[in-house]
Design a protein around this ligand. Structure first.
Ligand code: SF4
Length: 397
């Protein structure tokens, strides 16, 4: 029986999809590519924005049109009712996804062929849920309370990923920065626990909240030889008043202190972030504060989202801005982000970078900068090379 997976949303979903894909392959399913028809389509859905909702709906109808059996799992299932699918798996039942899928197809005919897939980078989920309740976010309602996975389980998974030949491991979580809180520990303690198993393999962290950055945390990162100095520090707004309305518990000044701490230890670190523009009632002045702050920090890469209300969240009860205003602010911030990124990349010309090559002689540095080599480079190899020039948002070696 053929099966295909459609992943939507965050890195946590991506990791879960990869795990389930592997489990289904091992259970005898034939994997097919996303653009091919399959007997069974598994959609790991997302509901973080209206766009994600729309994509989830589109994927469900496409699979139905193709005559496939449809399994929808994840956040979209938790939030919406009346989904036209053969099997629905909410977040809290994801651990039983394979058993449920096998039950669904118990009476179908099996075809035991398939293919394996390989990648250079593995996403390892170490934490789920969030207790933070940012006023615009539906995730704490959809994913539930924060929960860290046990050290032994994570270490074991790292060992297995290394045995599979992955050259980089990315630790992810819904709120990765809350790792270990249940035991009065922290993400830093996890890094120390991984020291003995990770060896020289590259280790990257998913999205972080500013509070996790401390001298102790940075010291622990320095003890990992393959640590990648890319800090995706969630900002959301550079205006103190907007941050308050967002129920984010820091000021721009406190955020800046964290960035300064990072740069003392890693002067060329990539500081990347997410920003929401057009949050309800955001004034022009507040938006200008964000622009000025973004420029002050000089982010190396930014994900910019225009605010869209999520029903059931406190922010959805506030006055939404006109779409044109959001669009203009989004464009303005994009332009600034592109300029800052180019300036950051220019700083690498003539310097050495360590590249993990993926497909077509393209790869990523430890700072998560896209690199292209004119000389052919085999997949899944690491090389240290000198940067010749920057072409748009890519470095050439
Ligand atoms: S930290 Fe805020 S934005 Fe992130 S998942 Fe938790 S509530 Fe949502």
């Amino acid at each position: 029986m053929t099966i295909k997976f459609v992943n939507l949303g965050c890195k946590v979903n991506l990791h879960e999809t990869e795990q389930l894909r592997k489990a289904c392959y091992e259970a005898g399913f034939s994997l097919v590519e996303e653009n091919e028809k399959a007997d069974l389509v598994v959609i790991n859905s997302c509901t973080v924005t209206h766009m994600s909702d729309r994509k989830s709906r589109q994927q469900i109808s496409r699979a139905k049109r193709d005559g496939s059996k449809v399994v929808v799992m994840g956040c979209y299932v938790d939030i919406h009712e009346e989904i036209d699918a053969d099997l629905l798996i909410p977040n809290e039942e994801k651990d039983e996804a394979l058993a449920k899928i096998l039950e669904l197809v118990a009476h179908e005919t099996w075809n035991q062929t398939g293919y394996t897939y390989d990648k250079t980078r593995a996403f390892l989920k170490v934490q789920d849920g969030c207790n933070q309740f940012c006023s615009y976010c539906i995730i704490p309602y959809a994913r539930g309370r924060a929960k860290s996975y046990p050290y032994e389980q994570i270490k074991q998974e790292v060992v297995e990923l290394l045995e599979h030949g992955f050259k980089e491991i990315v630790l992810t979580g819904i709120n990765l920065s809350s790792f270990g809180k249940e035991w009065d520990e922290s993400l830093g303690h996890l890094l120390t626990a991984l020291k003995e198993v990770i060896g020289e393999t590259r280790l990257r962290l998913g999205s972080l909240e500013p509070h996790v950055i401390t001298e102790d945390f940075l010291r622990r990162t320095q003890e990992i030889p393959g640590f990648c100095p890319q800090f995706h520090l969630s900002l959301q707004s550079g205006s103190e008043t907007v941050l308050k309305r967002m129920n984010r518990h820091y000021t721009p000044g406190e955020y800046k202190e964290k960035v300064d701490l990072i740069r003392e230890v890693y002067p060329h670190a990539a500081i990347t972030t997410d920003v929401i523009v057009g949050f309800p009632e955001e004034t022009e002045e507040e938006f200008r504060e964000t622009l000025a702050f973004v420029e002050e920090i000089a982010f190396s890469h930014m994900h910019i989202f225009s605010y869209s209300p999520r029903q059931g969240t406190p922010a959805a009860r506030r006055i939404d801005l006109h779409p044109e205003v959001k669009k203009r602010r989004n464009r303005e911030l994009h332009d600034l982000a592109a300029k800052l990124k180019e300036e950051y990349l220019d700083g690498f010309v003539g310097k050495e970078v360590e590249v993990l090559f993926e497909q077509d002689s393209r790869g990523l540095t430890r700072e998560y900068i896209q690199v292209f080599s004119e000389e052919e480079k085999p997949e899944n190899t690491i090389e240290t090379l000198v940067v010749k020039e920057r072409k748009k948002e890519e470095l050439r070696v």
